[in-house]
Design a protein around this ligand. Structure first.
Ligand code: MF3
Ligand code: CO
Length: 250
């Protein structure tokens, strides 16, 4: 299916979905502390999503067993919550969540510090978030898709970190994953031209070391090959005829 332009009605539903998801993330952030388990985060996340009248989009997606992806330290994305996995002081933890509200989707991720963390880990979290904002400076009608990718890559690499190549952002709407794919590095070419009404999940995944990743035996958890820390920051974004609108942030 080609890239879709959302109607005003669809955009409103995506705003509603995004707002709910932003609130879920804000509440989950308050839970993060040494001693809680990754399963505690999933349980709370699912409860908040359902209480808001939404469906957790990840649950059962291609067999994924939970509502929230909880990825610790060298886990890049798609970490599976586990009741035996406790967070420790000094960890970093990425939470990725998606909701469906009246058939429309929103997808967002945040990386948090667990207690006091190293300066480098904090810088990784900050640079990853900042790279998203560098990227969306180019998320404007008339620009091309890879202008966003290129800006993210430049910022990350200028700060001495690397951008994961094997996973990308994506269009979003009625489906969690729609066209186009949105790399966080610049491929050859410029990518599609941007028009108002396009909705994207833009999601830099950034490694402190090299960009190579592999996948654990559980067939889900993506980890850095060199064991370095990794951070993730994602929002659902609407292209308008002016500034981009970040739907999943309040
Ligand atoms: N949020 C992820 C993405 O952006 C999807 C999570 S995979 C799932 O593509 F299986 F957990 F749903
Ligand atoms: Co996504």
């Amino acid at each position: 299916m080609a890239v879709t332009i959302k109607s005003e009605r669809e955009i409103q539903l995506m705003r509603d979905a995004g707002k709910i998801l932003a609130e879920v993330h804000n509440q989950l952030a308050e839970l993060i502390a040494p001693g809680i388990t990754t399963m505690d985060i999933d349980r709370k996340g699912e409860e908040l999503i359902r209480k808001a009248g939404c469906i957790p989009s990840f649950k059962g997606y291609e067999g994924y067993p939970a509502s929230i992806c909880v990825s610790v330290n060298d886990e890049v994305v798609h970490g599976i919550p586990n009741k035996k996995h406790r967070l420790f002081e000094g960890d970093i933890v990425s939470l990725d969540a998606g909701v469906i509200y009246k058939d429309y989707q929103s997808d967002a991720a945040r990386t948090h510090a667990v207690g006091k963390i190293s300066e480098e880990a904090q810088r990784l979290i900050d640079v990853t978030r900042e790279s998203f904002f560098k990227g969306i400076e180019f998320a404007r009608a008339g620009n091309h898709l890879y202008d966003i990718s290129s800006a993210i890559q430049k910022y990350v690499e200028a700060n001495g970190f690397s951008v994961v190549r094997d996973l990308v952002g994506h269009g979003i709407g009625k489906e969690m994953h729609e066209e186009p794919q949105i790399p966080n590095y610049k491929p050859i070419g410029r990518g599609i031209k941007l028009y108002p009404g396009m909705t994207f999940a833009i999601e830099p995944m950034v490694n402190a070391g090299k960009y190579d990743v592999w996948i654990l035996e559980d067939d889900w958890t993506v980890v850095t090959r060199d064991g370095s820390n990794s951070a993730h920051y994602e929002n659902t974004v609407l292209i308008t005829d002016g500034e981009p609108e970040i739907l999943s942030l309040i």
